[in-house]
Design a protein around this ligand. Structure first.
Ligand code: FES
Ligand SMILES: [Fe+2]
Length: 387
């Protein structure tokens, strides 16, 4: 058996155990180049990958650049107000077109000034009329599949995957609809690269077991482990609930918020939409990561967040936004240190995976998801518990 076959066998065996016997995933999945190649082919090229919030590009011509697996793309709000995605590569001699984010009425290549409309069609190509074989009607930027769901932009290289609205409906029904998430406003969006495997950061986000220790300097004492709930997730997502102390007002419903009642006013949802879209959704603020591998030991992170409308519209809105960002940056830095340490640990020859706690059920479901996608396992989470 080759090393990768052994590794896939270990992953599958772990995913097919009962949860009560489950262990952390085999360490090789975090550092193997062969495993990374399979992830790119069987996971990242075939799933919807989150490119952030649609309200980051509110006006016609607003654009964002993004990398989808290894493809540079851009996402733009077109003349009709639709969100579209294109390859960010010029159809002439293949220069990159756009960088960062901004607004354009026309997209002009920085190299020889071929220019494209917001529909991707080539409008103008200087001096090309003298080339008889050239017809500008033959040229359009390459479209990339793009869709908006619950305020999120998703892009995919897969022509056949069902739309997010169909795939992710259970996420809305079970978790996000009650928060009216589509009405939240994004207040920051950043990109980072950390020295860890993407799955270690994903797994860190989906369990709150580490809060009391790794985050003891920040939010550790604001979440109640004894009140956490980890219902079974589904084929496309996992989630859990935690409740926040009322002395952390930004994580509680705003006094003007009329649609959340009782315990929901202080309940936070932590959601992972597979493979790598992680969301913390509180009644006051939200934040998210969208992860892609930059190599086995490096993760490319889209990191953003924002607030519910009542907090944004509050006279102290700007203060709330700054306060949330300050806390999130501090928490994120603790997670960087923690997940880089885990990556270094998993590379040790003496590393052995231990049993998972009951608080790490989402991690087990994530392992099942990977095993389904990569090894052909049919392991599925148990039926969701009634809420
Ligand atoms: S590469 Fe874009 S115009 Fe030449
Ligand atoms: Fe954390």
């Amino acid at each position: 058996m080759t090393a990768i076959e052994t590794l896939l066998g270990e992953l599958k065996a772990n995913a097919e155990r009962p949860f009560a016997e489950a262990r952390a995933a085999p360490p090789g999945i975090y550092s193997s180049e062969a495993f990374l190649a399979l992830e790119k082919e069987r996971v990242f090229s075939r799933e919807w990958i989150c490119a952030g919030r649609a309200d980051a590009i509110p006006e016609r011509g607003d654009y964002l650049t993004f990398r989808l697996v290894d493809e540079p793309i851009f996402i733009v709000r077109d003349q009709g107000g639709e969100v579209r995605a294109f390859s960010n590569v010029c159809r002439h001699r293949m220069s990159l077109l756009l960088a960062g984010r901004g607004n354009r009425k026309v997209i002009t290549c920085p190299y020889h000034a071929w220019s494209y409309g917001l529909d991707g069609r080539l409008r103008h190509a200087p001096w090309m009329d003298a080339s008889p074989a050239f017809d500008k009607r033959d040229y359009c930027l390459t479209r990339v599949r793009c869709d908006v769901w619950d305020g999120w932009i998703y892009v995919t290289l897969d022509p056949d995957i069902p739309p997010p609205e169909d795939l992710f409906r259970p996420v809305g029904e079970v978790v996000t609809d009650r928060y009216r998430f589509a009405d939240y406003t994004e207040t920051f969006r950043e990109e980072h690269v950390w020295d860890t495997n993407w799955k270690i950061l994903a797994e860190n986000f989906m369990e709150s077991y580490h809060l009391f220790q790794l985050h003891r300097g920040t939010i550790g004492n604001q979440s109640r482990i004894e009140e956490m709930e980890m219902p079974a997730g589904g084929a496309v997502f996992n989630y859990h609930w935690i409740t926040k102390e009322s002395d952390f007002p930004l994580a509680n419903a705003h006094p003007d918020c009329a649609y959340l009642e009782g315990e929901w006013r202080r309940t936070t949802a932590l959601i992972t939409i597979y493979p790598s879209h992680m969301i913390t959704l509180t009644p006051g603020y939200f934040w998210y990561l969208s992860l892609q591998p930059e190599g086995a030991g490096r993760v490319r992170i889209l990191y953003g967040g924002g607030m519910a409308p009542d907090f944004i519209n509050d006279p102290r809105g700007a203060e709330h936004v700054a306060e949330a960002k300050r806390i999130l940056d501090a928490v994120n830095e603790e997670d960087r240190v923690g997940t880089e340490a885990v990556f270094n640990g998993t590379r040790a020859g003496l590393a052995r995976p231990g049993h998972l706690s009951f608080l790490e059920r989402p991690n087990f479901e994530f392992c099942q998801y990977l095993a389904r996608r990569i090894t052909g396992s049919t392991a599925m989470p148990d039926e969701p518990d009634p809420l």
